[in-house]
Design a protein around this ligand. Structure first.
Ligand SMILES: Cc1ncc(COP(=O)(O)O)c(C=O)c1O
Length: 422
């Protein structure tokens, strides 16, 4: 970063143009439909629209649904979409075939996996969580604890740096997000999974902010279970279905608490008793959301032409460049506090800046067509999606930020109210 910052002191603009010109992944931006006047740095919340999606959804709706109607479940293999899309996701998260299913949301999948993990580790009632992790994981774990009673399930929440020490013989599962949603800090999946195993616990990973932006090494790390979503770096669209990963070695024993008919061994036998389907397929409960899965399947095609290792290289170069531009504009280290680790190893695909007036700043940026988001109480998040973000986006964002602070544009009273979704 220091080297980059120094080379920027001449012309950050020239540097951005050179980096874009030399970017071997630059052509992938063409695979997305993005408004030309906009810098989109919120792909870690809702990925941009892939060009392939509208046609795929149109074909699904007009021809398959419209003309082939219910025959489409067999004719167009709608029934196998959860497996098909799961297999498309698997190589992107370091999973061998047969372990990933596209299904439900992260929240629902966390419930199913934690319940299964508790059953796999009888006599161990504790779910270990990190303070400051995305709230839904903790909410869902609390709901499960309320349902099962504290003899069978309770939460232990500690700061991330104390997770390894908090693993003892009571812990059934460690649940952690690989990249923290607020700070963008990336945690060491291999090390923490090994620590969990040493204590006899399972490691359950939330990949919301890593899948699609960097290599994820579930199999190689020995992870037991994982969840993720389709709407962030996978660009599957608003409300896209999520996924579960269940390591092969647990597939005999792990059971979903939501024993629904489509997780049954023979759904169309309509038997009165539940008998779980083999493998990860049992983590499906009900009818798959076909529209969302077809959109996600089309969105994932972009990943056939790029390696996640190359995406990671570009993602780090983008965030390096943004940090250098912020320094060039004298916004770091004094005006903002950097919430994201400087170390490349520990950095996800975003830069988070702390400022007491973060809300107004985020709104002033959005008004200037630089789309970022705000995380309470004081963070502006800049998510970099290596499939379509440019180095010039980083540079323009830093320049607009400097301009806003100089003019105090963020203090305008029209930014006083917050909408429902921030
Ligand atoms: C780390 C993390 N986990 C879970 C979620 C929410 O997942 P879902 O809405 O799919 O249940 C999010 C949403 O942004 C997230 O960032």
């Amino acid at each position: 970063v220091t080297g980059l910052a120094a080379s920027h002191s001449g012309s950050a603009l020239g540097n951005s143009e050179r980096l874009d010109a030399e970017d071997g992944l630059a052509h992938l931006r063409e695979r997305f439909l993005l408004p030309s006047d906009t810098v989109y740095l919120d792909g870690n919340s809702l990925g941009a629209l892939p060009r392939a999606v509208p046609a795929a959804v149109d074909e699904l709706i007009r021809r398959q649904w419209g003309e082939d109607l219910i025959a489409s479940w067999n004719l167009h293999d709608w029934i196998r979409l959860p497996q098909q899309v799961g297999e498309a996701i698997a190589p992107l998260i370091g999973a061998a075939p047969g372990q990933v299913l596209c299904v439900d949301t992260i929240s629902v999948n966390v419930f199913k996996l934690l319940a299964a993990a508790l059953e796999l580790r009888p006599g161990r009632p504790v779910i270990l969580l990190a303070e400051g992790d995305f709230p839904t994981d903790g909410y869902v774990a609390s709901g499960l604890a309320r349902l099962l009673g504290e003899e069978r399930c309770r939460l232990r929440r500690v700061p991330t740096e104390r997770l390894a020490d908090a693993l003892d013989g009571d812990v059934a599962a460690l649940l952690l997000t690989e990249v923290n949603y607020r700070s963008g800090e990336r945690f060491d999946m291999r090390r923490l999974t090994a620590a969990a195993h040493e204590a006899g616990a399972l490691a359950v990973w939330d990949l919301a902010h890593s899948a699609g932006a960097m290599p994820v090494s579930l199999d190689a790390s020995g992870a037991d279970m994982a969840v993720g979503c389709g709407y962030k770096f996978f660009n599957g669209g608003p409300g896209a279905p999520g996924f579960v990963y269940l390591a092969g070695r647990h597939q005999e024993a792990a059971q979903s608490p939501l024993a629904g008919w489509l997780g049954h061994r023979q759904p169309f036998a309509f038997e009165p008793e539940y008998a779980s389907a083999p493998g990860v397929a049992r983590f499906q409960a009900g009818t798959p959301p076909v529209l969302g899965m077809v959109a996600l399947r089309a969105a994932l095609e972009v990943f056939e032409d790029v390696s996640v290792a190359d995406l990671r290289r570009k993602s780090l170069a983008l965030t390096d460049h943004f940090l250098a531009c912020l320094e060039h504009e004298a916004l770091l280290p004094d005006v903002f506090e950097l919430a994201t680790p400087r170390s490349r190893e520990r950095r996800g695909s975003q830069v988070s800046l702390r400022h007491p007036e973060a809300w107004g700043i985020s709104q002033a940026l959005i008004e200037r067509r630089v789309i970022v988001d705000f995380r309470a109480p004081d963070i502006v998040r800049f998510g970099f999606a290596p499939l379509y973000n440019r180095f010039a986006d980083a540079r323009r964002t830093a320049v607009e930020l400097a301009d806003i602070l100089r003019d105090k544009a963020h203090r305008d009273p029209r930014f006083a109210d917050k909408p429902t979704v921030t």
